[in-house]
Write a protein that binds this ligand. Structure first.
Ligand code: ATP
Ligand code: MG
Length: 218
């Protein structure tokens, strides 16, 4: 059975495609069969990136494919251990659909109230459509070096009914450069940055394991 993980946000540029690529790389690196279903057919960020990666012969190769339709995308999920759905922004209907299909729903958010509020609102609106709150987790992305501000953002999110993933992804030019070269945020030349990203990826995996273990046991 494929574990299905959806990256969703209302805001554009929140970090969905960054997390999709990060998780895909970490799982593939650990020998899992992984694919990113790129449901953002306007930007096809992950598809373009996967092609850059293949061209640069970076291991492990990551499969990504654009899909205009969730049903078509899900039809082949069974061939993989993990299937990552990367959604487009500003799309309430698609966001709900891909959230519904997922074992784990990850909402990336920045640390300011301008970003946190819409992230929490999105989570609430998903729950309003019948999605279990436990399946939703926030990831702090594009954080600054202010430990106090990051901690305040984390505490804001922790007051909700949703999980907040351990770790965060600070803003760094090196992360952007990595993406440009077909790499992920764990593949920069800087060990500290790679380890920060690995921690966040591990938190997503831990969350997924916790959710699917509970499901299988019940
Ligand atoms: N921590 C970071 N530091 C620097 N740049 C980052 C970081 N995280 C992401 N980026 C860059 O920010 C931009 C937006 O990130 P990303 O594409 O992951 O967001 P998105 O939510 O998928 O956007 P969209 O809503 O447009 O699909 C990209 O250019 C990405 O390379
Ligand atoms: Mg994107």
């Amino acid at each position: 059975m494929a574990y299905i993980i959806s990256m969703v946000s209302q805001k554009g540029g929140a970090g969905k495609s960054t997390l999709a690529r990060l998780l895909a790389r970490e799982l593939a690196h650990n020998g899992m069969r992984v694919k990113i279903a790129d449901l953002d057919t306007q930007q096809t960020t992950c598809t373009g990136w996967a092609s850059d990666r293949a061209e640069a012969h970076i291991d492990p190769e990551i499969q990504a494919q654009p899909f205009g339709n969730l049903r078509t995308a899900l039809a082949e999920a069974g061939r993989f251990d993990a299937y990552i759905l990367d959604g487009r922004p500003h799309s309430s209907q698609q966001t709900i659909e891909i959230a519904r299909a997922a074992h784990a729903i990850i909402i990336p958010t920045g640390q300011t109230k301008d970003d946190l509020r819409p992230a929490v609102q999105l989570a609430h609106s998903l729950v309003d459509t019948g999605i279990e709150p436990s399946r939703i987790a926030f990831a702090l992305v594009k954080t600054t070096r202010s430990v106090v501000e990051v901690a305040a953002a984390r505490s804001y999110l922790e007051q909700t009914d949703y999980a907040v993933l351990d770790g965060d992804l600070p803003i760094s030019t090196a992360y952007g450069i990595a993406h440009d070269a077909g790499k992920t945020v764990t593949e920069t030349p800087y060990r500290t940055l790679n380890e920060k990203a690995e921690r966040l990826a591990q938190a997503i995996v831990d969350r997924l394991v916790a959710l699917t273990t509970v499901k299988e046991a019940s």
